[in-house]
Ligand binder design. Structure first.
Ligand code: FES
Length: 158
């Protein structure tokens, strides 16, 4: 399911950080709360996170970059994550990815200007026997060739 990518609210974000810290939550708990609420961790949160958790900027950014879900920019309403790992490459993932990038005008890791779609690469989804594999709004998709990609994209536009 696509994440909520609502507008950043600094007051609400600060409240979430303090609430997590008071409940004994680690930095990752606060980051999870921010991503669950806003869909991403805004730059404006870095300073307050440093202060709340007595961490350096490098430590906060290190934790954010370590975990795939702690993104620092809003995601699109829909997300397609295309597997780039070897088993899927062997059955056409590179062709599907090239087609997907051309069709959407996005590179992997980019979100469309209208905020409708984020295209990402991912490394193995455990669907290796059914590649090229993808996650489309969190749901697995198998045998995703160019035609199947186009069909799924059209469904998203309905
Ligand atoms: S290599 Fe693509 S799902 Fe495993």
């Amino acid at each position: 399911m696509a994440k909520n990518s609502g507008h950043w609210d600094e007051t609400k974000a600060l409240g979430l950080m303090v609430q997590c810290q008071r409940q004994g939550g680690a930095l990752t708990s606060a980051l999870r709360a921010l991503v669950d609420t806003f869909g991403y961790v805004d730059d404006a949160a870095i300073g307050p996170l440093m202060h709340t958790y007595a961490r350096s900027r490098a430590e906060v950014l290190g934790v954010i970059s370590y975990y795939e879900d702690f993104r620092t920019s809003p995601h699109g309403r829909h997300t397609i994550r295309l597997c780039q790992a070897e088993a899927c490459q062997a059955v056409g993932a590179r062709t599907t990815t090239a087609h997907a990038c051309k069709k959407t005008g996005l590179a992997l890791g980019e979100t469309s200007n209208d905020g409708q779609l984020t295209l990402e690469g991912v490394y193995c989804l455990g669907l290796c026997a059914n590649g090229p594999a993808a996650l489309i709004d969190g749901k697995p998709a198998a045998h995703l060739d160019a035609a199947a990609f186009d069909a799924r994209l059209a469904e998203m536009s309905e």
